[in-house]
Design a protein around this ligand. Structure first.
Ligand SMILES: Cc1cc2nc3c(=O)[nH]c(=O)nc-3n(C[C@H](O)[C@H](O)[C@H](O)COP(=O)(O)O)c2cc1C
Length: 247
C-alpha cells in the first residue's frame, strides 16, 4: 500500500501554472485523450451533466481574459476551456418525450458537482501528460457577459474556465493544511480545535509567503478578509435566468 504510486505522485505535483510558452498549442489529439479519461469520473446516476467548451477564437480569448480581470494566461495558454454544468440535454429529452422536466435546487447541485468532478479529472489528465493548468473562476466576475459572448443556451451553467498549456516556468507547489485538519473520524472537531489547526497552518503559510517575498502574510488573514463582503451576489439571478431553480 505504501509503494510509490505514479497517480498519487502526479496529484502531489499539482501547482497552478499562469505562465505558458507562447505559440505552443494543445494538439486536438491530446485534448481528446484527456477528455475521454476525464469522462471516466463518477457521475451522479450516470447523468453526465457537464459540458466543455474550447474557446479557439483569439478575439474571444482576449475578451474573456479582460472579463476575468485581466488574466493574461486566458489568452496565452495553449488552450482555454469553459466548464459548464449541463442540464440542457436532460430537458430536451423530457420535451421530446412530452414529459415534464421538474426543476429544483438539487438539479443545479447535481450539475455543479458532476462538472467539478469531470474538470478535476481533466486537469489531472492534462497534468499527467506534462501540461500545466490553471482554473479561472475569474470568469464569474461577469458571467452574463461571458454567457452572451459564448452564446451558451439555457440550462448550460458556465462555472469556471481552465487554461492548459506548456509551462514556461515552474511556480512550485503551495502547501495544504495537514490531512488531519480536513479529515476527522466520526465527528467534526470542536471550534477551539478548528481554530488551533488554523493557527498551526498560518505558520506554514507565513513561511511560504516569506520565501516568496511577502513576509507578514498568512492564510487566515486572506480568508476572513475575503468573506467580509458579499461575493458576486448577482450569480443567483444569473443562474436563475439560465434556467436554474433554487427552490
Ligand atoms: C474553481 C477555481 C477557480 C480558480 N480561479 C482562479 C483564477 O481565476 N485565477 C487564478 O490565477 N487562479 C485561480 N484558481 C487557482 C487557485 O488560486 C489555486 O488552485 C490555489 O491558490 C492553490 O494553488 P495551487 O493550485 O498552485 O496549489 C482557481 C482554482 C479553482 C479550484
Amino acid at each position: 500500500m505504501s509503494e510509490p504510486d505514479p497517480v498519487l505522485d502526479a496529484m502531489r505535483r499539482h501547482r497552478s501554472v499562469r505562465d505558458f510558452k507562447q505559440g505552443e498549442p494543445v494538439p486536438e489529439t491530446d485534448t481528446e485523450r484527456a477528455v475521454e479519461a476525464a469522462q471516466c469520473a463518477a457521475t451522479s446516476s450516470w447523468i453526465q451533466a457537464y459540458h466543455l467548451l474550447e474557446v479557439t477564437d483569439a478575439q474571444e480569448r482576449s475578451a474573456l481574459a479582460s472579463l476575468a480581470g485581466g488574466q493574461r494566461q486566458v489568452e496565452e495558454a495553449g488552450a482555454f476551456f469553459v466548464v459548464s454544468g449541463d442540464t440542457r440535454r436532460h430537458r430536451l429529452l423530457a420535451e421530446r418525450h412530452g414529459q415534464p422536466y421538474v426543476n429544483s435546487a438539487e438539479l443545479f447541485v447535481l450539475a455543479t458537482v458532476d462538472a467539478s468532478l469531470f474538470a478535476q479529472n481533466l486537469t489531472l489528465a492534462f497534468e499527467s501528460m506534462g501540461y500545466g493548468t490553471c482554473y479561472i473562476g475569474g470568469i464569474r466576475n461577469d458571467l452574463a457577459a461571458v454567457d452572451r459572448l459564448l452564446e451558451l443556451p439555457g440550462g448550460v451553467y458556465p462555472l469556471f474556465g481552465l487554461c492548459v498549456g506548456v509551462p514556461a516556468s515552474d511556480p512550485g507547489t503551495r502547501p495544504r493544511m495537514p490531512a488531519r485538519t480536513v479529515w476527522s473520524r466520526d465527528r467534526y472537531p470542536g471550534d477551539e480545535e478548528v481554530l488551533a489547526q488554523v493557527d498551526a497552518f498560518d505558520e506554514t503559510a507565513a513561511a511560504y509567503y516569506a520565501a516568496r517575498g511577502a513576509p507578514g502574510r498568512d492564510w487566515s488573514g486572506g480568508i476572513w478578509r475575503k468573506f467580509a463582503r458579499p461575493l458576486r451576489p448577482e450569480l443567483r439571478d444569473f443562474f436563475h435566468s439560465k434556467g436554474a431553480s433554487f427552490e
